[in-house]
Design a protein around this ligand. Sequence first.
Ligand SMILES: [Fe+2]
Length: 311
Amino acid sequence: MTDNIVPFDYERLPEMPDGVYTAPLRRPAHLAQDWLEPAQRRYTGDENAIWDELYHRQMEVLPGRACTAFLEGTERLDLGRGGVPDFERLSAELGALTGWSVVPVPMLIPDHVFFWHLANRRFPAGNFIRTRDTFDYIQEPDVFHDVFGHVPMLTDPVYADYMQAYGRAGWKAMRHNRLKALGALYWYTVEFGLVKEGDALRAYGAGILSGPREAVFAIEGQSPNRVMLNVDRVVRTDYVIDDLQPTYFVIESFDDLFRQTVGRDFDRLYQALGPGFTYANTAVIDVDDVLHHGTLEYHLRGGRGSGAKPV
Ligand SMILES: [Fe+2]
């Protein structure tokens, strides 16, 4: 994902050339171009209690399903000490480990700004926390998804480097107009990735780790496919954002993930890519190294909203 052709200055927010698509997000008047909130929100007692309940619910489910790096990260950062973690303390502790910090943003932010923060080892985290009405599922990432799901992994030095490289790769993908392809890589690694630990599979993706249903489904379910990660295949694969995944991609290790991505010539890869996806998210194809060929039962029965069991 390195860039050998156009030197980027990662210190400054990039000017995107005309013709590069950026999502039409309206920047709130009180924010500067970096979209950072001046300070983290002050949470109410009930909001802090929601964090604690979510934390304890996940910690019942995750041992034996989350990867070691994640579980160690939650301990090293002491995310269960009570209430929504303070970003300044978190940043000091994380900074001492891998040089990353956590910065508050109001909501989803524009892609090129998100990439810019990652490229500078800043992880933008949603400032708000879900309510009890949306306890089990929210579409926009809140502070629990962002901090509990993503931040512990940033204590792993190789993974921390991968995330920074991903941010740098983002601008290149935008210039090639291949953000969808790079987005699929993010989806199937950072959000829904599985990693081998000995003979077992464990989750490292934040989308899995921040919800109780998907953690069980991804590791033990018979429905989903589990396939070894192949970058050329993944960047051509469609994904769903509002249901459990029909297919998970597995890495040997974080070194393996780094080698397969940061070591690749993405200019050549983008030149060979069409603008759309080639493979459905349910597909198993010839080149796949398949660990588990899923029954797809959950999705065939209708998936979310149908009453189908996540088996
Ligand atoms: Fe996320």
